[in-house]
Ligand binder design. Structure first.
Ligand code: NAD
Ligand code: LMR
Length: 335
């Protein structure tokens, strides 16, 4: 007997006609996340003004004749976009332009994540996993999760993976080693210029990273380069990172679902719970290990004075961001 075909999974992508959306949906439809046997249905959310562009994206997806793509649900209605979805990529929101910090987008974008959190709460699968990409991603993840009280906070995460990948790639160039030989890198805190790319526990080709790179280069060059990389891309491209962001979003979701390698971890923004002195009420970039579809903060890493001071800075910024959007959190909010 032929094997029973797998049930299609439903994946929502918001801002699907935007730059990241355009880089993401074709890779999803080709099987880049769930492999060549898993059929899927893509739910594509856009604002009404972008529906003509979205219909063009839908035409192109159709024209690819992807064997895995069973259906498309293009819409400007959040309730329809999240109806029954198993995974949601919350991308749709305004990107920053040159000279702005990501937190300057807070009041512009925050309302979107309140409405979408409520719609996810109403309509998504009770097991939905949500990745927030739209900036400022950590605080938007907080807003979405707090507006979805029937879902667990741990079903939401924010994207630190682009920063993580940038750190790997800088080390690859500096040390001339394959990316695959670099492990246990963490980017702590906010996806912003206060983030802390941490090499104190990192290993390169089975040896401590900090035995292989100069500590002045680490503190003065690597950290600042990662913190400012988004701005450098905007300056060069005239638009914010898109293909690399889509790729990082796939990496994030894949590791969450399939798990991280034993003894290694990735950087994910997750709800703070007191670990490493970060009190609840914000989404914070942590070292995270994933097993059986769950993410867990890696425990017991010793932090130097330098690391503590960097983590305190980014923690403070996230709390200020949270204080700026309190009106969007429901009265029952845990934040
Ligand atoms: P873009 O302007 O090219 O596309 C955004 C799309 O979102 C547009 O098509 C717009 O119509 C749509 N949109 C706006 N409001 C919406 C809503 N309420 N519902 C659904 N769709 C909506 O921008 P982009 O380059 O794709 O970037 C999207 C977001 O991702 C920005 O906030 C950007 O700063 C952020 N970003 C985050 C990371 C990260 O690492 N976390 C990396 C890159 C970009
Ligand atoms: C990035 O890191 O590339 C994105 O967050 C876009 C930006 O505004 O820098």
């Amino acid at each position: 007997m032929p094997p029973t075909p797998a049930k299609p999974i439903r994946i929502a992508v918001t801002g699907a006609a935007g730059n990241i959306g355009y880089a993401l949906v074709f890779r999803l439809a080709s099987g880049a996340l769930f492999g060549p046997e898993q059929p899927l249905i893509l739910h594509l959310l856009e604002i009404p003004q972008a529906l003509p562009a979205l219909s063009g994206v839908a035409m192109e997806l159709t024209d690819c004749a992807f064997p895995l793509l069973q259906d498309l649900v293009p819409t400007d209605q959040a309730m329809q976009a999240f109806d029954g979805v198993d995974y949601a990529f919350l991308v749709g929101s305004r990107p920053r332009t040159q000279g702005m910090e990501r937190k300057d987008l807070l009041r512009v974008n925050a309302e979107i994540f309140k409405i979408q959190g409520q719609a996810l709460n109403e309509r998504a699968s009770r097991q939905v996993r949500v990745l927030v990409v739209g900036n400022p991603a950590n605080t938007n993840a907080l807003i979405a999760s707090q507006n979805a009280p029937d879902l667990g906070e741990n079903q939401f995460s924010s994207m630190m993976r682009l920063d993580h990948n940038r750190t790997l790639s800088i080390l690859h160039e500096k040390c001339r080693v394959p990316v695959s030989s670099i492990h246990q890198v963490t980017v702590w805190g906010n996806h912003s210029s206060t983030q802390f790319p941490d090499l104190e526990h990192a290993r390169i080709a089975d040896r401590p990273a900090l035995d292989q790179v100069d500590s002045t280069w680490y503190r003065n060059t690597l950290i600042a380069t990662v913190q400012q990389r988004g701005a450098a891309v905007i300056k060069a491209r005239g638009a914010s990172s898109a293909a690399s962001a889509a790729s990082a979003a796939l990496d994030h979701m894949r590791d969450w679902i399939a798990g991280t390698p034993k003894e290694d971890w990735v950087s994910m923004g997750v709800a703070a719970n007191g670990d490493y002195g970060i009190e609840p009420g914000i989404f914070f970039g942590y070292p995270v290990a994933c097993r059986n579809g769950h993410h867990d903060i890696v425990q017991g890493l010793a932090l130097s004075e330098f690391a503590r001071s960097q983590i305190a800075l980014t923690n403070r910024e996230l709390r200020e961001e949270r204080d700026g959007i309190r009106d969007l959190l429901p009265p029952s909010s845990r934040a």
